[in-house]
Design a protein around this ligand. Structure first.
Ligand code: ZN
Length: 364
């Protein structure tokens, strides 16, 4: 039995106990998800612990187990890709049936995905409108943007500005991580057969002794920086920070940088900060948004970027710049965590603390 504590929600209880919300509802017939109260007893059947990760699937190149995503109302393919930190083309590769009309998804359709961001249980809640609530305040309460909340209503809500007391809205919410996924160190955490990043007139190198990578990483890093400089005449050189140590392994203070696939890259600055061989905190005044975006795109164009860690503010500046200059909305949805809030990983370009003076590229 679980005794409900003050302020607890069913989603939180399910996530904490490692069960699906649907299971709690099944085990407690007649339970109103939005009307649980402090002190109430719930039957929660906790499964035996899944300590191990599920087996990585061959079709996912053994990098993760295969996950089946169930389409909820109002989702589109770029949005689904970004939930899992993959590209649309990855989904098309795994789902031949989507190729003819990737923009036509139906609710309940199953999509195969090799997730880079661990999948979460999705739970359907019903929210009853209370006195004083607005559509926007309800969206905020569930960490949704109003556009998303509106799509969940599948056209049944005519006027979001005129909610009635007691009216019921459908909310899809993320719960806990699907069992079998989640953290767990993959591989050996070492670098074998690594090579040292050579010097180049396209970049300066912080410390050559800490600039070891896999042959692929070194090649892609050289390709991306050269293509950035070729396409942006007169652009400052790029400042490259740490990769990995000679044989990989732990590399404090970094959390990763163990396997020769991670690279820290300075933002491109303008004015007196341009081309300085050190990391400088990006501000609206010193960041060369156009060239930084060009550099990020050169990395993405290698086709081997697994993710990029980037400060949320910098994401916003790049996102807005890219949007103004014709990058399609679908591509922005797919690439950026912004504007979905700082809370939850999304997309290829994601926030991670400590990335306000450089971004971190993880190759695959
Ligand atoms: Zn890093």
């Amino acid at each position: 039995m679980h005794t409900v504590e003050r302020g607890e929600t069913l989603v939180a209880i399910a996530s904490e106990r490692g069960v699906r919300l649907g299971e709690i509802l099944r085990d407690n017939p007649g339970l109103e998800p939005d009307a649980i109260r402090e002190g109430q007893s719930l039957l929660v059947c906790v499964p035996r612990p899944h300590r191990h990760r599920a087996r990585a699937a061959k079709i996912c190149d053994k990098r993760s187990p295969l996950h089946r995503h169930e389409v909820v109302p109002g989702e589109w393919l770029a949005e689904i890709a970004s939930r899992y930190g993959v590209r649309k083309r990855d989904l098309l590769r795994l789902n031949a049936d989507l190729r003819s009309n990737p923009d036509l998804l139906r609710t309940g359709q199953m999509i195969r995905v090799c997730p880079d961001i661990a999948p979460r249980e999705r739970v359907k809640l019903r929210h009853t409108v209370q006195r004083g609530e607005t559509f926007v305040s309800i969206a905020k309460r569930y960490d949704l943007n109003p556009r998303q909340l509106l799509r969940f209503q599948e056209g049944r809500l005519r006027n979001p500005d005129r909610l009635r007391l007691g009216q019921v809205l459908v909310v899809w919410k993320d719960g806990g991580i699907v069992s079998g996924f989640g953290s767990g160190e993959r591989g050996t955490g070492l670098l074998t057969g690594g090579i040292q990043l050579p010097s180049s007139h396209h970049y300066t190198l912080k410390n050559p002794r800490l600039a070891w990578g896999t042959p692929l990483t070194i090649r892609l890093l050289q390709r991306a920086t050269a293509s950035y400089r070729r396409n942006n005449r007169g652009a400052p050189t790029v400042h490259i920070g740490d990769l990995s140590r000679r044989h990989g392994g732990r590399f404090p203070p970094h959390k990763s940088h163990r396997t020769g696939e991670d690279v820290d890259v300075g933002y491109i600055h303008s004015g007196r900060h341009a081309g300085l061989p050190r990391f400088i905190r990006a501000t609206k005044d010193n960041l060369d948004v156009r060239r930084t975006w060009a550099l990020v795109r050169s990395f993405l164009r290698t086709g081997h970027v697994r993710y990029i860690f980037m400060d949320y503010r910098v994401q916003r500046w790049l996102y807005e710049y890219a949007k103004r200059h014709g990058t399609p909305q679908g591509t922005l949805d797919e690439l950026f965590q912004y504007p979905r809030g700082r809370g939850r990983a999304y997309g290829i370009i994601r926030e991670d603390p400590g990335h306000d003076d450089h971004f971190h590229v993880r190759f695959q």
